[in-house]
Design a protein around this ligand. Structure first.
Ligand SMILES: [Mn+2]
Length: 318
């Protein structure tokens, strides 16, 4: 193991996520880059390796069920994933984590995403828990203003839990403090999470738009999309517990009433068309509780719809 590397290839499969080429070193130029980020900032020592840390591996293992092969006609997209374009799509492996440096992976995550952005790549992050967008979003420092769009059951506005400020209950609070993050839309909220009234007040004070799952189901995603300003640079974070547990059971907090696949797909295609989707993460999959791998397939199909829409919107045309 090269201990000063940012990433490490996890090994087993011949190809990276969605038949992409493995990048043993971060690319100097690429169109799309997958990056596994297994570890965030844990709330207790034994949670440093949680079930969510198995997410990148589970996503890669299911990839040939997400897309059977790259030349196949994808009916979500009206043709093959890359529409015949010759794009450089790489899987950069997982951000390296070292027992000798138990928080170094957070710094490495930010650095890796900075390098991917400098390479011209669209980063697609495979988490990991919901702490992971914190260092990812920091990497967009010079690329704002970012409109942050979140699919989640929870608002994730805790300032800290157990004295940890960068954990999975805090990503939107931390994002709100970044000067390059502007409007925040939080979609799919329901039931109870880490938030108390003070966290909801903080979100409202910022101007975050809190959209419950029920408001979404009653008004439809087109109405929600219409509230998001056009022409933005959108970053989409998908906490899989925001999705309905019938299609995403492998989460730590399954709860009925969630976002449907059709709604999430409509959001993704809508954002790609409205402006520029500059990055996406899929987080909070707990592979040990998956059923027939459907949570990973749901997450993978959201990624495929994002890529396919971006290709057809001309994102990678030179
Ligand atoms: Mn979350």
């Amino acid at each position: 193991m090269v201990v000063d590397a940012l990433t490490a290839i996890p090994g087993k499969p011949d190809r990276g996520f969605l038949f992409s080429e493995w990048a043993r070193e971060l690319p100097e130029k690429a169109d799309i880059a997958f990056l596994g980020v297994p570890y965030g900032s844990a709330y207790s020592f034994h949670e440093i390796v949680n079930d969510q840390a198995n997410g990148p591996r589970a996503m890669r293992e299911v990839a040939d069920r997400v897309v059977r092969s790259l030349e196949r006609f994808d009916f979500d997209l009206g043709g093959p994933l890359y529409a015949g374009r010759n794009l450089r799509v790489v899987d950069c492996g997982d951000v390296l984590a070292l027992a000798s440096d138990p928080t170094g992976h957070i710094r490495r995550t930010e650095q890796a995403v900075r390098q991917l952005l400098a390479a011209g790549a669209l980063p697609i992050i495979l988490g990991g828990d919901h702490a992971i967008p914190i260092p990812v979003l920091r990497a967009y420092e010079d690329r704002g203003p970012i409109t942050l769009v979140q699919i989640d059951q929870h608002i994730d506005w805790r300032d800290e839990v157990n004295g940890v400020h960068d954990g999975l209950s805090s990503p939107i609070r931390r994002a709100s403090e970044m000067s390059h993050v502007g409007p925040i839309f939080q979609i799919g909220l329901r039931a109870t999470g880490s938030a108390r009234a003070e966290e909801v007040d903080a979100a409202h004070a910022y101007g975050a738009r809190l959209i419950s799952a029920y408001e979404l189901h009653e008004q439809g995603m087109a109405a929600i999309l219409a509230r998001i300003p056009d022409g933005g640079r959108y970053y989409l974070t998908v906490d899989m517990d925001g999705m309905d547990p019938s299609i995403a059971p492998a989460v730590a907090a399954p709860c009925p009433g969630g976002v449907s696949f059709l709604e999430a797909r409509q959001l993704i295609h809508g954002l790609v068309r409205k402006g520029r989707l500059v990055g996406m993460d899929v987080v909070e999959i707990t592979p040990s509780s998956d059923l027939n791998r459907i949570t990973c397939i749901t997450a993978g199909r959201l990624i495929v719809n994002m890529i396919g829409a971006a290709v057809r919107a001309g994102y990678f045309d030179r």
